[in-house]
Design a protein around this ligand. Structure first.
Ligand SMILES: Nc1ncnc2c1ncn2[C@@H]1O[C@H](COP(=O)(O)OP(=O)(O)OP(=O)(O)O)[C@@H](O)[C@H]1O
Length: 264
């Protein structure tokens, strides 16, 4: 398995005691999979992603990528966040190129890589534009191009479409599925948007809150994505998955502790 999360727990010390954000999380992601973790606010999605990204260390258990234990951030993982993280004073081209420059990649290779990934995300005509001249969806495509340009082995997405309006979000969903199918990327994404998870993922991990645990794993088998966003979203099987997940999260919401789990 490419990504392995084993017996992972994360505790945070607080003034009232130790808060259990994640408890005994176990899952794997194979190469080429698109896995989404879905859960209510406070279920530990961001905490989980941070452990995988190596931005934080688990209290127990751990994360392995291709058999190597994650002990910090690494170029094998590309991240895209919800809020635009582009440098406003740099052009699209310079934003995508920046990380490559830091890694000491020679200028000619950098330029070629940037050209290729701007093409992949369909932004070649905007390479000289500044972020403020782009729509929200375009900014996120630049952020995705920037993450891809470093040629990571897995893309980690932190609610990347959460700040977009509904129409742009749907366009981005279609874009993301096409990108995934064309590049055979391995993707791990967190979201609280059930429809987004069902549309994008081939496997969904549903998280319960307080403490965050995986309460169910759902394999998604939808008809051919060439039906487009609307075609898929009207399909009965899409509704079945969405309703199952909604029911599950609603049930969890009723049974989860309303306050964070504390171990004093
Ligand atoms: N650094 C921290 N110190 C103390 N508690 C924390 C810290 N980070 C997260 N928590 C707590 O851990 C739990 C999980 O938080 P997390 O942000 O991972 O949830 P989430 O599912 O991503 O929520 P949201 O969807 O609202 O972003 C919450 O109860 C939160 O208050």
């Amino acid at each position: 398995m490419f990504l392995q999360v084993r017996q992972l727990s994360k505790h945070f010390p607080t003034r009232r005691g130790v808060l259990v954000a994640l408890e005994d999380i176990n899952f794997t992601v194979a190469q080429g999979e698109f896995v989404c973790a879905v859960g209510a606010s406070g279920s530990g999605k961001s905490t989980l992603l941070r452990q995988i990204a190596g931005l934080d260390q688990p209290t127990q258990g751990g994360v392995w990528i291709d058999g190597q234990r994650v002990t910090g951030p690494g170029a094998d993982r590309g991240m895209v966040f919800q809020h635009y993280t582009l440098y406003p004073w740099m052009t699209v081209q310079a934003n995508v190129e920046f990380g490559l420059k830091l890694h000491g990649i020679p200028r000619r290779c950098r330029r070629e890589q940037v050209r290729y990934y701007l093409e992949v995300v369909g932004l070649t005509p905007f390479s000289e534009a500044l972020p403020r001249q782009l729509s929200g969806g375009m900014k996120q495509r630049v952020a995705i191009a920037r993450a891809l340009a470093a040629e990571p082995r897995i893309l980690l997405l932190d609610e990347p479409f959460g700040a977009l309006d509904l129409h742009t979000r749907e366009t981005m969903h279609e874009f993301m599925v096409n990108l995934w199918q064309r590049t055979q990327l391995t993707v791990f994404m967190i979201t609280h948007d059930v429809e987004e998870a069902v549309f994008l993922a081939n496997r969904i991990l549903a998280l319960s809150a307080h403490p965050g645990r995986i309460c169910q794993e759902i394999r998604v088998e939808l008809p051919d994505r060439s039906l487009g966003v609307m075609g898929i979203k009207r399909h009965p099987r899409f509704h079945d998955y969405r309703d199952e997940l909604m029911r599950l999260l609603r049930h969890q919401g009723q049974t989860d502790s309303p306050v964070p789990a504390l171990v004093v």
